[in-house]
Write a protein that binds this ligand. Structure first.
Ligand code: PEP
Ligand code: MG
Length: 574
């Protein structure tokens, strides 16, 4: 099958297609609020992959062939039309590439052969896609990454043959609350924030793709919401991405009221500005999480960049970006904050961010394997070129970036990274705290480092032994877990003892209420995606440092995250 241009591989697909118009007429569902804000509208569920019925004996092969080929043509045309309407070039490239797959002459030929061998249209398309999927997987690397995109083409084509709704993001022709089992990265890049009012998913956790993308786009989102797929299409609901509550069957008037209130809240937040401060002036830097300089285009006021995820420059490529290309990418970000803080994270590859050119072997437990800084054990050259490029970009714009390594686990690793980075001209060197062992030895790490930044997404995963994409374990991954907050508290104490900054750059920092708890624990900066900044700034400004500290004690002493959240919310200033 012909190769198509690069785009991210979708993760797990949604569940099999469900019927319509069922489930609770009115009531409240509870999930985890992962992207703050309220929205109300009619539900539109994302149809899952169609189930193929048993094969039928074919009486009219010409008819079956016509059905199968028309389905593939329809899918190619649909995807191409969506590419033309796509909000950005990344989404357009993904959709165009999938359209080419559906129109691929080899796929068509295999489908024809399958019908000639006696298959019905649905099974002919399904088997043709399965055949080419195997070929892609066998080719490995970049080709293997296309397999999930072919699955999506298969689902669409089989649905077309069977006359079922198109799987993927629906397009009901009006704004809607999108309800899904879960969303893949490919689904999420095609979301149109103009029509999707909020996301509610049955699965997914606080650090899942759905959550991260929703926050990046400022869309209210509730994940791990059991029963969500039971809500009938067209039902009016109100979703609260802060509390995780989804009210069903509310009626059009109530929905209009929720929308008015949410719009007023957005206007109020849009007017907020200035550095992060508690009501009595205690500073907590508000920083941005970005993947490239283009993420800085939204005009959000922040005090700098707290997490520049440089791996986005490396993803989906056959070769590492060269020195010059890297220098240009780092310079673009440094120039956006002349004299301001910019924290650059060195390449964080492995597990959910595979980089074929690294040539890393397959591992049975990739999350526990060679990832983050550990990649430097097998490919030290890649880290060295990156450090050189960062140092060169800093020289070129006369700035002193803060440079940190991901997945640092021991004091020895921290010391070795510090030596290596300083030798290559980096002057402020730090580490992400993402592994419990690093949190427990924060004082030792800080002997050789200038700062720490806590990655609560991975720290949750490793402290609670729960895969961060695992929706069924969302309660363990809740950043309000007192066990996680205790690890944060330990890092902060270590930083205070030697007067070095300790920030949080995981998704926990984007939850306004939890941000005040983190401030009360003593973190010096909070880094988040741009749409979260205003609400966090506002939450800090409403509380004194003493109130934040009292809230931190309440949260640390709670028995579980829900109790912690509710107890702190009860103390909300009027
Ligand atoms: C984290 O683990 O909290 C983090 C910020 O890194 P990432 O989400 O990129 O793994
Ligand atoms: Mg991480």
């Amino acid at each position: 099958m012909a190769e198509t241009s690069g785009f991210p591989a979708p993760g797990t697909g949604p569940s099999p297609a469900t019927g319509t118009e069922r489930g609770p007429a009115t009531g409240t569902l509870r999930g985890l609020g992962v992207s703050p804000g309220r929205a109300a509208g009619r539900v539109c569920r994302m149809a899952g992959p169609p189930r193929l019925p048993d094969p039928i004996a074919v009486a009219d092969p010409a008819r079956e062939l016509g059905l199968a080929l028309r389905a593939l043509e329809t899918v190619a045309a649909e995807l191409s039309a969506r590419a033309k309407k796509a909000a950005d070039s990344e989404a357009a490239a993904i959709l165009d590439a999938q359209s080419f797959m559906a129109a691929d002459p080899e796929l068509r030929q295999t489908t024809e052969e399958n019908v000639a061998a006696g298959m019905d249209a649905g099974h002919a398309v399904d088997a043709a896609c399965a055949h080419h999927r195997e070929a892609l997987l066998a080719a490995g690397g970049h080709f293997a990454e296309r397999a999930a995109d072919l699955d999506d083409v298969r689902n669409r084509a089989v649905a077309a043959v069977l006359g079922l709704p198109v799987p993927g993001i629906p397009d009901p022709g009006h704004p809607f609350v999108l309800v899904a089992e879960d969303l893949s990265p490919a689904d999420t890049v095609t979301l149109d924030p103009g029509t999707v009012l909020a996301l509610v998913t049955e699965r997914g956790g606080p650090t899942s793709h759905t959550a991260i993308l929703a926050r990046a786009r400022g869309l209210p989102a509730v994940v791990a919401c059991r029963g969500a797929m039971e809500i009938g299409d067209g039902t009016w609901v109100a979703a609260d991405g802060t509390t995780g509550r989804v009210e069903t069957g509310i009626g059009e008037e109530t929905a209009a009221g929720v929308r008015r209130e949410a719009a007023a809240e957005r206007r109020r937040l849009a007017a907020s500005s200035g550095p992060g401060r508690t009501s009595d002036g205690h500073p907590v830097e508000l920083l941005l999480n970005i993947g490239s300089a283009t993420d800085l285009g939204g005009g959000v006021e922040a005090e700098g960049v707290g997490l520049f995820r440089t791996e986005f420059l490396f993803l989906g490529r056959r070769d590492a970006p060269g020195f010059e290309e890297q220098v240009a990418a780092y310079e673009a970000v440094l120039r956006a904050f002349p004299g301001g803080k910019v924290v650059i994270r060195t390449l964080d590859a492995g597990t959910d961010k595979p980089l074929p050119f690294l040539g890393l072997p397959e591992e049975p437990n990739p999350a526990l394997g060679v990832r983050g800084l550990r990649v430097g054990r097998v490919r030290p050259d890649v880290l060295d070129v990156q450090l050189d490029a960062i140092a060169e970009a800093a020289r070129a714009c006369g700035s002193r970036p803060w440079v940190m390594a991901p997945m640092v686990t021991t004091a020895a690793e921290a010391a070795a990274f510090a030596v290596r980075a300083r030798e290559r001209g980096v002057t402020r060197v730090g580490a992400m705290v993402e592994v419990p062992a690093a949190a427990l030895c924060a004082d030792r790490l800080l002997r050789d480092l200038d700062f720490l930044s806590i990655g609560t997404n991975d720290l949750s995963q490793y402290a609670f032994a729960a895969d961060r994409q695992h929706g069924e374990l969302a309660d363990l991954l809740d950043p309000w877990q007192p066990g996680l907050l205790r690890l944060v508290g330990g890092c902060v104490r270590a930083g205070r003892a030697v007067g070095k900054p300790v920030g949080v750059c995981g998704e926990a920092a984007a939850d306004p209420l939890l941000a005040t708890v983190l401030a009360g624990l003593g973190v010096t900066s909070l880094s988040m995606s741009a749409p979260a900044v205003a609400a966090v700034r506002e939450a800090l400004a409403r509380r004194s440092l003493a109130r934040c500290e009292a809230d931190a004690r309440i949260a640390l002493d709670a028995d579980d995250p829900a109790v912690a959240r509710e107890a702190v919310a009860r103390e909300e200033p009027a």
